[in-house]
Design a protein around this ligand. Structure first.
Ligand code: CA
Length: 224
């Protein structure tokens, strides 16, 4: 799961990013509203944590733009303590949840999990499986019959993305955006490296699915 944090208080932002990374989420962040909106519109996030008061563009405007683009990514607004108007405006603009500052980190994590589950509810049961193989994203476990093996976080993100797009060709560029964010310096050979790790693990547990390279285009996860 990939999360975007848009928060201009740098120490709070950094703490949030660390906290989320510890839970095995992939996290990107922005410290102002304009770059926050740019990143949010990339469509690569599963949850967005959005502060209301931001330089350049406020959180409510960002949220309205996201919803105007018909993007249904779950958004948690961070509101000023006791500001009922922030809360109401946020929910009206299409926020899924809000959290008044200062907030308890456990509470934030619980809400992120809840929204991730809501979005990924169907994903966990059906979409993250193919052939005789399934993937338990929560625990980074690749399962095939009685055999299972733990994936690294990046391997897991790659497999999850390929499974969500099973039988469809995804380009290396799409994979880089999804796994490393679109500002990253990651290159095509990063993708190749993780594909080769995953192939080894799939082979190790006797999975009947394979990652096919489509020359010059990308990869496709399909039944062998
Ligand atoms: Ca702020």
């Amino acid at each position: 799961m990939r999360i975007l944090v848009v928060e201009d208080e740098k120490r709070l932002c950094e703490a949030l990013v660390q906290l989320l990374k510890k839970q095995n989420y992939a996290v990107d962040y922005d410290n102002d509203g304009e770059s926050g909106l740019d990143d949010a519109l990339s469509g690569i996030y599963d949850v967005i944590i959005l502060d209301v008061m931001l330089p350049k563009l406020d959180g409510i405007s960002i949220l309205r733009e996201i919803r105007a683009e018909k993007m249904d990514v779950p958004v948690i607004m961070l509101t000023a303590k006791g500001s009922i108007s922030d809360k109401v405006t946020g929910l009206d603009a299409g926020a899924d949840d809000y959290l008044p500052k200062p907030f308890n980190t456990e509470e934030l994590l619980a809400r992120v999990r809840a929204l991730g589950r809501r979005r990924g509810g169907i994903v966990e049961t059906s979409s993250l499986s193919l052939g005789n193989t399934s993937y338990d994203a929560q625990n980074l476990r690749l399962i095939c019959g009685a055999a299972d093996i733990t994936l690294t976080r990046k391997e897991g993100e790659l497999l999850e993305y390929l499974m969500l797009n099973k039988n469809i060709i995804t380009s290396k560029e799409q994979i880089i955006e999804k796994l490393w964010g679109f500002d990253s310096e990651a290159e095509a050979n990063h993708v190749e490296v993780y594909v080769s790790f995953l192939r080894k693990k799939l082979k190790h547990i006797n999975a009947d699915i394979k990652i096919t390279a489509v020359r010059g285009v990308g990869y496709k996860l399909e039944e062998a």
